[in-house]
Design a protein around this ligand. Structure first.
Ligand code: UD1
Ligand code: CA
Length: 458
């Protein structure tokens, strides 16, 4: 089948009023990726080499977004929303280039999997002219029903046109279709708009093709993969299904999730075998984790690279550009941004490391802060191999701590420190014998005098 060319036409012109959003519906995200981008991924995984995106509502925003998530896609603007068949025809220029298979997909059906599309394409390869992807929703109300006779699909009947008998049919139209490229435009151009809504229905091509004795069949996809999103409750439902699938895959690939339902992945999270993820962990986009890492509870990780056997959290925040090398450790209440933590280095407690390098084996004491920002620009802190930064130190960037450098606790370091040097950046301690007792006595007698004066007033 791989030698058959395939165009995916993705319908995404609708407004999606029920989202109650200023943003086009299909740009709302699942796992950190617009839902229409999930559809593009499925199309590509099913072998589509051409991508035609039909846009309308929010066209400029859609074009801008598409340039990022599908730079190869052509966009076609459907200026008036006159129905699903009319929308497909908006991509006439792409369809008429002559693909073997045309996959019609909806931008608001983000969980569609490549398997369902591949099965449909296989039926085209076997000679069908139109393949409709069907499904069995728990409640079929509102969906078009698939009317079959002798293994062939003869019609799709929208709910409001169904007889009582037809309403009992549980097999419904998921909306997506695979159409033989050779017939696609002829069938679409034959669709009229003589119906209650005055729209050009894509579903009408079933009857048109049957009347021409073309082979029309239905395949079946799971309810979940055909779930269409119309409001934010359904968006959350799709997110939940996506997360559940991803957690399952992660566990089967060798990742331990102690409480899987509390761990959230992004569309591009990579996570190696023998990594253990404790409860309540969030992975934002751009995270890569090698094998054998431990991600402790309540960590928030985004745009970070974590090498083998690292230890992160509990309560760690890794921001974009955090790059932890083998066996590095970032402990509780630490934030790391745009910084390399080299092999075996430890950033254990209450620390901010930003725009920095922490050399191999270095130890960063509790409360250390890299002061990387002066309100206008960001500056770099370079901490050498095996350096020791005493607790509660401020490293004012740009600054370099040499290999083996040793910083006294509570220092404010504004000048670079050479290899193996010891640096104090704080006032020398002064100790006055007996002065503590003297102070205490002075304060006590002052308080007593004040109390006595207050009593005398009454
Ligand atoms: C459609 C099917 C119905 C099926 C259901 C599954 C038709 C006529 N009916 O109904 O049988 O059970 O999907 O969810 O196809 N769109 C455009 N331009 C338009 C009209 C629609 O781009 O002019 C896009 C929408 O943005 C949406 C998709 O096409 O992504 C589906 O359109 P919608 O109006 O939601 O179809 P349904 O009434 O749900
Ligand atoms: Ca719909």
């Amino acid at each position: 089948m791989s030698q058959r060319s395939c165009l995916s036409v993705i319908l995404a012109a609708g407004e999606g009023t029920r989202m109650k959003s200023a943003q086009p519906k299909v740009l709302h995200q699942i796992a950190g990726l617009p839902m229409v981008a999930h559809v593009v991924k499925a199309a590509e995984a099913a072998g589509a080499s051409g991508l035609a995106l039909v846009i309308g509502h929010g066209a400029d925003e859609m074009r801008k977004a598409a340039a990022k998530f599908a730079p190869k896609a052509e966009t076609f603007e459907q200026e008036k929303r006159l129905g699903t068949a009319h929308a497909v025809i908006a991509a006439r220029a792409a369809i008429s280039r002559g693909y073997d298979d045309v996959l019609v997909m909806f931008g608001d059906t983000p969980l569609i999997d490549a398997d369902a599309l591949t099965v449909a394409r296989r039926r085209l390869a076997e000679g069908a002219a139109v393949v409709v992807i069907g499904f069995r929703p728990p409640n079929p109300a509102g969906y078009g029903r698939l009317i079959e006779r002798g293994g062939k699909l003869t019609a799709i009947r929208e709910e409001k046109d169904c007889s009582e008998e037809e309403k009992k049919i549980g097999f419904c139209n998921a909306g997506m279709m695979a159409v033989a490229g050779a017939h696609a435009l002829k069938l679409l151009d034959a669709v009229g708009n003589e119906n209650a809504k005055g729209e050009y229905y894509l579903t009408d091509i079933v009857e048109i093709a049957s009347a021409q004795n073309l082979d029309v069949v239905a395949t079946e996809a799971s309810f979940e993969s055909a779930l269409g999103i119309n409001n934010r409750a359904e968006l959350a439902q799709a997110e939940a299904i996506w997360q559940q699938r991803r957690r399952h895959d992660a566990m089967l690939s060798g990742v331990t999730l102690i409480a899987p339902e509390t761990v959230f992945f992004s569309h591009d999270t990579e996570i190696g075998a023998d990594t253990i993820v404790e409860p309540n962990v969030w992975f934002g986009p751009g995270v890569r984790i090698a094998s054998g890492a431990k991600i402790h509870a309540f960590s928030h990780v985004e745009g970070a690279t974590i090498a083998s056997n690292c230890d992160v959290g509990p309560f760690a925040r890794l921001r974009p550009g955090a790059d932890l090398r083998n066996k590095a450790k970032v402990g509780n209440f630490c934030e790391v941004k745009q910084a390399v933590i080299e092999d075996g280095a430890k950033v254990n407690h209450l620390t901010y490391i930003g725009d920095a390098r922490v050399g191999a084996g270095a130890n960063i004491g509790a409360g250390t802060i890299t002061c990387n920002y002066d309100g206008y620009s960001k500056f770099f802190t370079d901490i050498g191999e095996g350096a020791f930064i005493g607790s509660n130190s401020s490293l004012v960037a740009p600054v370099t701590i040499g290999n083996g450098g040793y910083i006294a606790s509570g220092s404010v370091i504004t000048e670079s420190v050479p290899d193996d040097a010891l640096a104090f950046g704080r006032a020398r301690q002064k100790t006055i014998p007996g002065k503590g007792k003297e102070l205490r006595e002075r304060f006590a007698s002052a308080a007593a005098a004040k109390k006595k004066a207050a009593g005398a007033d009454h």
